[in-house]
Write a protein that binds this ligand. Sequence first.
Ligand SMILES: Nc1ncnc2c1ncn2[C@@H]1O[C@H](COP(=O)(O)OP(=O)(O)OP(=O)(O)O)[C@@H](O)[C@H]1O
Ligand SMILES: [Mg+2]
Length: 291
Amino acid sequence: MPEIVLEARDLNVSYVRRRRRDNRVVKDVSFTIDSGQTLALVGESGSGKTTVARAVVGLVRAEGQLLFGSAGEPLQTRRTRALRRQIPMVFQDPRSSLNPRMLVGDVLNEGWAVHPEVAPAGDRRQALVTLLERVGLTEGLLSSRPAQLSGGQCQRVSIARAIALRPRLLVCDEAVSALDVSVQAQILHLLIDLKAELEIALLFITHDLGVVRQIADSVAVMEDGRIVEQGPTEQVFTAPSHPYSQDLLDAALDLAPADGPGRAGSQELSEQRSAETPRQHRSRRPRFNEE
Ligand SMILES: Nc1ncnc2c1ncn2[C@@H]1O[C@H](COP(=O)(O)OP(=O)(O)OP(=O)(O)O)[C@@H](O)[C@H]1O
Ligand SMILES: [Mg+2]
């Protein structure tokens, strides 16, 4: 039996509270994510995907239950709040998610200061260098500020900040959408590698159904705050049961020319990956200080 990392049961979120009106933007949302698995959350703009992500990491209050790990510990209590350390989030806009005044080294150190229980023992600078190398960056960037980095580098720093806390679940909200197509593929490779190396589960929110097919084990489709369909990726792609999922797939096919930019990232990803063994793939991982 796979181990459950997160179970969401009947989540409901309202930003505005008014009597006698249903203002929920997330409605009775339930899903589970198993250890090391990727659940993709898709759906049109405004369907509530980001709000679900924000509820999972504790940035908005949700009614319903969020249960962590196989023991099903509730995340919404004061006592278990520390567990949230294991569920960091990577945001869409890599630049605005980093404090422009902080040096990269301080950004990465910050999490360890707040959660000393996962801070590395011994040489802290060496630990920072190892962390940077893990996301394809080098020591030289430790004393840079976000404004001196490219979008791709910033996103790598955000990912490094997240994995520094030894997460069990990484929440990625359109984490590659704001990047250049070629950089998108690189960041996706990185996430796929890290997921395997560190056995992290992913809650991956994206508009790009090509990417979903590459990265996700299962898919949940949202419409107007509700999950209208969920299941294994291949099943949802080949035999969508809800008319909305069918529409979404049709729209994606209409929008994506065979070799157009919308598909290039995922196509390149699939071609490279199918031609390589995992070991070849890891050893190919380049450094991106010049990205
Ligand atoms: N801070 C907020 N205050 C009030 N309403 C909000 C807030 N954030 C989001 N909403 C509303 O909640 C609904 C869901 O928004 P959300 O951002 O979760 O959608 P989304 O699926 O992530 O959309 P997109 O694909 O465009 O990112 C929308 O109607 C949005 O206008
Ligand atoms: Mg969103």
